[in-house]
Design a protein around this ligand. Structure first.
Ligand code: COA
Ligand code: AMP
Length: 248
């Protein structure tokens, strides 16, 4: 791919004033029309759908995504205990790991709703570091060099077809986060039907954990553990640096 001719294509859709769907791609100009249609078809309903196309001046290529691991637990309690252990292994204090789980369970924004991005938390002091705790920080401008190849490889590795809707996007996002200097990430979806979450870190890779919440629960979110000294550089990387990931 010629990095001089790459574009960021982003879609966001809202229904009854609520954000309901978002997706993005990085691609060549000739692929834009096909992808615009694909992204337009993604939300099952909307009142407003915004498509943004932005020419990128340069794109960084990362060779490999985080390695994927999956663990299933019988109870939510056991799954969350495991997530806390993984965060501790990644350099997060036990109290900050527990705090992050409680935060996402109750809704991380000050009005106890889900945030519009990720909460940033210092791994030792548990201090909230994002400027706007309703919004948080969003990771954007990340995609796969060849999305179709990645999906084929995931299927070959016995990842169930039903997971292909989310896994490629979530893995790309987590890989960019770690590349930008996030110490560890904790995530579970705000989709009431989707109970699988993950912990990601440079040491452990991308660790899928089921269940991280009860079915039917609309609460979800992301916590990025970030040390205060590196805050500005990490936010700038998450929001601005375009990244393509080559392989699994
Ligand atoms: N959640 C909630 N609201 C969102 C949102 C999100 N993910 N993304 C955008 N919005 C809404 C907010 O109201 C935002 O205003 P704010 O900046 O004050 O919060 C407004 O839309 C404009 O957002 P902007 O950042 O300009 O959107 P964008 O056109 O750059 O698109 C997306 C960003 C939608 C592509 C990105 O947020 C996204 O969702 N990426 C996909 C992430 C992904 O793959 N997730 C799946 C993992 S399973
Ligand atoms: P999702 O994985 O799409 O269900 O999103 C779960 C939560 O992650 C949302 O409620 C937001 O708080 C947060 N989030 C969504 N998109 C992003 C993003 N691009 N960057 C960081 N956090 C996000």
């Amino acid at each position: 791919m010629n990095s001089k001719e790459l574009y960021s294509v982003r879609m966001r859709a809202s229904f009854l004033g609520q954000h309901i769907s978002g997706a993005e791609r990085i691609l060549q100009k000739e692929d834009i029309p096909k992808v615009l249609l694909e992204l337009y078809k993604r939300p099952p309903k909307f009142d407003e759908l915004v498509l943004t196309i932005e020419k990128l001046s340069s794109v960084k290529v990362i060779e490999k995504a985080l390695s994927i691991y999956s663990y299933d637990f019988k109870s939510l309690e056991d799954a969350r205990k495991f997530a806390i252990e993984l965060l501790e292994k990644s350099g997060v204090s036990q109290s900050c790991a527990k705090f992050a789980i409680e935060l996402l369970s109750r809704g991380a924004s000050p009005d106890f709703k889900n945030m519009r991005g990720a909460a940033l938390i210092d791994p030792q002091s548990c201090e909230r570091l994002e400027k706007d705790p309703f919004r948080g920080v969003r990771t954007v401008k990340v995609d796969w060099l060849s999305r179709s190849e990645i999906k084929k490889t995931l299927l070959k590795r016995s990842i169930k077809r039903e997971y292909l809707k989310r896994l490629p996007d979530a893995l790309a996002l987590a890989t960019k986060n770690i590349h930008c200097g996030v110490l560890a990430e904790l995530c579970w979806s705000d989709d009431p039907e989707y109970e699988t979450g993950y912990v990601a870190s440079p040491l452990l890779g991308y660790v899928r954990i089921k269940p991280m919440k009860q079915k039917g629960d609309p609460k979800g979110g992301r916590v990025y553990f970030v040390s205060k000294e590196k805050l500005e550089d990490i936010i700038s990387c998450l929001e601005k640096l375009p990244i393509l990931i080559k392989s699994l």
